[in-house]
Ligand binder design. Structure first.
Ligand code: NAP
Length: 471
């Protein structure tokens, strides 16, 4: 049992109602958090906005590096905390800690990189012999709100770039997975991060999250989460910068010329890793008719290798989804598809918050399972005539986050890259493939096209000032 408290400017909140965090697998309480209230939120914002002693680039890079080293030393403890509170299999917790280590490393590197530009002004008949210089300056106060599905890495993707930019941040992690976020914040403060540069608040939505979103002193809200909450934030935030990373419904297109082994591996890994709870998980498998029977047979066979069970058991490959209510919802979506003519050919059973990796074939194109985001280990297969048909189906939902295409034909790959309306196209990879520094983010309902990833996210937490000199 881990007992923690919300942090205002690096200091634990002493009194407040306790939030109990339960294992989605066992139902047991794995930790508690002292919650913050409206006054704590106001104090965190005021402390951030008044803070002027920004550490130098060297000092900020050192804080990030020291945190990385400390996390390396405690990686197993962090991985187990993720598995305990999120129900994700231990291998997923370990993978996530590895990704977070990358975020810290890349953020430290970017902190040291000067990002200024120089514009000579004698290049135009209207110009003058002067130069314009650019410099990036921190914002006064940023707010970040994160989801449950990558409880550590999502937090690192907000905090790391904010520190690199020198911008104080107030973080509101998911109430379902606050423990690893608070442990991570403690590492940063122990590594020398000044208190006011990071507060971590758990508490009632109206007193914490909604207050952060609306507060006039908050200059940017960086939100990762669902479409409905993202749109609500867009409607209520008022005059401030918004970085919205929302839901996805990513297709994996498998063409007749694909390497079939690779296609099956990508479909299974893309659909089941992280219990299918990645914004970029494969949510629709669009297979060309010629290879569809062989592909689905092999995918069903492969699916049976994904042992689903106790997240802390080393043999488990797929843990629970975030709670039983979500698993029940997934079960309902499968039932609905079956009622509309689909067939379950592997998995399909639920036990508590455990949802088996499930292959569903003959899924009608207008089924809820494939039109909206189904956040769990489901692999719906839809047969398409050709590349054009696949691209049309792929583009037909409200989402536009990422995509994958499995083909050996460069012309098909290039056509897909040009035609898919989404933030990323990965050829012969899962939609979720990325490195932590590369630009990441969606369009349409998946986001406003403003990217994250360490390099881009730093831009969100800073503004460009230009100055000019007569030399
Ligand atoms: P969610 O329900 O939208 O919650 C996300 C965060 O928003 C949580 O911290 C939540 O707090 C908070 N929140 C709830 N109501 C709010 C309000 N009225 N104002 C401000 N904040 C509010 O999402 P989730 O279920 O945790 O996460 C799954 C979703 O995230 C999926 O749709 C997934 O696709 C998306 N996601 C997107 C990306 C991306 O990069 N595009 C990455 C990962 C996940 P509480 O926990 O206290 O309710």
């Amino acid at each position: 049992m881990i007992a923690l408290a919300s942090l205002v400017a690096g200091r634990p909140v002493a009194h407040g109602p306790l939030l109990e965090v339960r294992s989605p697998y066992s139902g047991q309480v794995v930790g508690t958090v002292v919650q913050a209230n409206r006054a704590d939120t106001e104090r965190a914002i005021a402390g951030a906005a008044a803070f002027r002693a920004t550490p130098t680039r060297y000092q900020r890079a050192e804080i990030l590096e020291k945190t990385r080293v400390a996390l390396e030393a405690r990686r197993e403890e962090f991985a187990r905390t993720i598995s305990s509170e999120a129900g994700l299999a231990l291998r997923e917790g370990r993978y996530e800690v590895g990704r977070t280590i990358d975020v810290l490393r890349f953020a430290a590197m970017e902190t040291l990189r000067d990002d200024g530009q120089i514009f000579s002004c004698d290049i135009s008949a209207q110009g003058k012999p002067r130069k314009i210089f650019t410099t990036r300056e921190p914002l006064r106060c940023a707010a970040a709100i994160t989801p449950f599905n990558h409880p550590l890495n999502q937090v690192a993707h907000k905090v790391g770039p904010a520190i690199a930019a020198g911008t104080p941040l107030v973080l509101k992690p998911s109430e379902k997975t606050p423990l690893v976020a608070l442990l991570f914040a403690a590492l940063l403060h122990e590594a020398g991060l000044p208190g006011p540069m990071l507060s971590v608040l758990l508490g009632p939505t109206a007193e914490v999250a909604e207050l952060l979103v609306r507060h006039p002193e908050v200059e940017v809200v960086a939100f990762t989460g669902s479409v409905p909450v993202g749109k609500r934030i867009a409607a209520t935030a008022g005059y401030k910068k918004l970085v919205l990373e929302l839901g996805g419904n990513d297709p994996l297109i498998v063409l007749d010329d694909a390497d079939l082994d690779l296609a099956v591996t990508l479909a299974a890994e893309g659909s089941y890793r992280n219990s299918g709870q990645r914004c970029t998980a494969v949510k629709r498998i669009l297979v060309q008719a010629g290879i569809a029977p062989e592909f689905t047979r092999r995918l069903a066979e492969r699916t049976r290798e994904y042992v689903c069970g106790d997240p802390l058991d080393e043999a488990t490959r797929v843990g629970t989804v975030i709670d039983e209510a979500s698993a029940i919802q997934l079960e309902a979506v499968v039932r609905e598809a079956v009622a509309a003519g689909a067939r379950v050919i592997a998995g399909g059973n639920r036990r508590g918050a455990l949802m088996e990796p499930t292959v569903i074939v003959d899924v009608p194109r207008d089924c809820r399972m494939v039109v909206s985001e189904s956040f769990g280990p489901l692999a719906p297969v839809m047969v398409v005539r050709d590349l054009d048909d696949a691209l049309e189906v792929a583009n037909s939902t409200a989402y536009g986050l990422s995509s994958g295409v499995v083909t050996t034909n460069l012309n098909s790959a290039m056509k897909a890259i040009r035609t898919l309306r989404c933030g990323t196209v990965n050829i012969n990879e899962v939609p979720g493939f990325r490195v932590e520094s590369s630009p990441f983010g969606g369009i349409k309902d998946s986001g406003l096209g403003i990217k994250e990833g360490v390099v881009e996210a730093i831009k969100g937490y800073s503004f460009v000032k230009t100055f000019s000199l007569p030399w």
